[in-house]
Design a protein around this ligand. Structure first.
Ligand code: KIV
Ligand code: ZN
Length: 519
């Protein structure tokens, strides 16, 4: 592929994605997501914003050390201490990139930064020069570019390229742009910034009006050669441009866009599942590319057409994105080798201990459920794998509940081989279980959100519970699955407890950051 026809994929799931309210991941989870992104073949992983917290700094450091096949980036405001933190965190990275940003719109310059346009140009130039002391690869983002005055934007871009920025990113920070206008902005930048040929133009679009993917595609059509995006489109407020959608649009409509990415698309569903699991954000069934219904045909006419010739109603093949379908995969009589083989096909490679536990769960499930689907296997494996590393695991519970009686429970938890039990009453059986868990673990959690959905169809389907819990100011997501919804609820809550314990141990609490220029 000619270099000018390649679009670089800059993934910011671990930075802008993690800024989504309630999406925080711990270091181990971030590392697993980084590895999934490496398998996916993204060009750049934005690993975090090191100055924000010790945890963020360490996560960037860890990704920088372990990821060898992608550039690893770190974000910094145009402040010396931010750039120093980014430079330090990236030490040891094979291909480090520092990403500095500074707002250029009148609204931001006047109200947030309280700086004159001349001061902004000087700060931007100084920041890029400072970042270049650490790395050769510097990206500059004029924050709120889509609402910036164009001639001022050209001036800033020209100055930062001269100072050594090799990528200039054009953020639609507040998701205000529309495709024609944003595409024209990219074209105007190409025509009005004299040294633009020395830099790659990047698109960074937010989804406030649901146009982030369309805007990013319009940017590519007009010459942008990097797209900033996140898995499942997670990010600030309504989120960022979704990686899977933009990549598959470029691939499926290569006839129109005439460009390619280096993404190994068959890893898309796997990465999507992982991010959903760790952030606790469920993927809606109708979500393009990765939604459970994205490749399912309900209408008889469509089913008939697909059976005769898939291209009648399918513009992409499910296997192109690693979609595994819902076929009946294994049954009661399947052995461990068959389970291992099936999991391998789903991209899940378990160690012996984890496989053994997953197999026990699988057999349990076969007793409770007539048909076991790929989605069931993924859900039980997710549960088991996380349990192997957990501080607290569920040993069992008993619930007495019914019309007109106050629900009573006894919960037994295991930690370091020891079983502890507690009885409790509550407003409902789940509330009572959560109170008992709080008593045992000593972690007082406030339930912020609770949601349940079935993994597959039918009365015997696995229920997947997602909770969001506030532990002493730290908001954590938890997920758990079982055919018994109370058990799934207990597991989800325990998953949140374990994450909070882990985060306490590694001190990854994220503090609020001032997005002005105050050091
Ligand atoms: O949306 C935005 O403007 C950003 C910048 C930091 C690039 O995320
Ligand atoms: Zn952003």
């Amino acid at each position: 592929m000619a270099k000018e026809n390649k679009v670089l994929i800059f993934d910011t799931t671990l930075r802008d994605g993690e800024q989504a309210p309630g999406a925080s991941m711990n270091q181990r989870e971030k590392m697993e997501v980084a590895q999934a992104l490496e398998r996916l073949g993204v060009d750049i992983i934005e690993a975090g914003f090191p100055v924000v917290s010790k945890g963020d700094f360490e996560s960037v450091q860890m990704v920088a050390h372990k990821i060898k096949n992608c550039s690893v980036g770190a974000l910094a405001r145009s402040i010396t201490k931010d750039i120093d933190a980014a430079g330090e965190a990236l030490k040891g990275a094979k291909r480090p990139r520092i990403h500095v940003f500074l707002a250029t719109s009148k609204i931001h310059m006047e109200h947030k930064l309280r700086k004159s346009p001349d001061e902004i140009v000087q700060i931007a130039v100084d920041s890029v020069k400072h970042a270049r002391k650490y790395v050769d690869d510097v990206e500059f983002s004029p924050e709120d570019a889509s609402r910036s005055e164009k001639t001022f934007l050209y001036r800033v871009l020209e100055a930062v390229i001269k100072a050594g920025a090799s990528t200039v990113n054009i953020p639609d920070t507040v998701g205000y742009a529309v495709p024609e206008q944003y595409g024209k902005l990219i074209l105007d930048i190409r025509n009005n910034v004299s040294n633009i040929s020395k830099a790659v133009i990047s698109a960074h679009c937010h989804d406030d009006l649901g146009m982030s993917v369309a805007n990013s595609l319009a940017a590519v059509k007009n010459g942008a050669r990097q797209i900033e995006c996140t898995i499942n489109g997670i990010g600030e407020r309504a989120g960022n441009c979704s990686l899977e959608e933009v990549v598959m649009a470029l691939r499926t409509r290569q006839d129109y866009f005439g460009v390619l990415t280096g993404i190994n698309s068959s890893e898309i569903c796997r990465a999507s599942r992982l991010v959903s699991k760790y952030t606790g954000f469920a993927v809606p069934p109708n979500k393009a590319i990765v939604g459970g219904n994205a490749f399912r045909h309900e209408s008889g006419i469509h089913q008939d057409g697909v059976l005769k010739e898939p291209t009648t109603y399918e513009i992409m093949r499910p296997e192109d994105v690693g979609f595994t379908g819902i076929g009946l995969v294994l049954g009661k009589h399947s052995g461990r080798a068959a389970l291992k083989d099936r999991l391998k096909k789903l991209g899940i490679d378990l160690g012996d201990k984890e496989l053994l536990r997953a197999f026990d769960r699988f057999k349990d499930l076969c007793d409770k459920k007539k048909e076991v689907f790929d989605e069931d296997l993924i859900a039980i494996v997710d549960d088991e794998v996380q349990e192997v590393r957990d501080i607290w695991t569920m040993d069992g519970f008993v619930v007495t509940s019914g019309t007109g009686i106050k629900p009573k429970v006894e919960v037994r938890l295991k930690s370091s081989g020891k079983i502890q039990k507690k009885a409790a009453t509550g407003d409902g059986p789940i509330d009572a279980c959560y109170l008992a868990i709080d008593e045992i673990t000593g972690m007082k959690g406030k339930l912020l959100n609770y949601g349940i959905q079935s993994v597959t169809q039918g009365k015997d389907a696995l229920g997947e519970v997602r909770v969001r819990v506030n532990f002493d100011g730290e908001k954590v997501m938890g997920i758990g699955a079982s055919t018994d919804v109370i058990e799934a609820s207990v597991k989800a809550y325990l998953n949140a407890v374990n994450k909070a314990c882990f985060s306490k141990k590694t001190k990854t609490k994220v503090k609020d950051i001032d997005f002005g220029l105050q050091p």
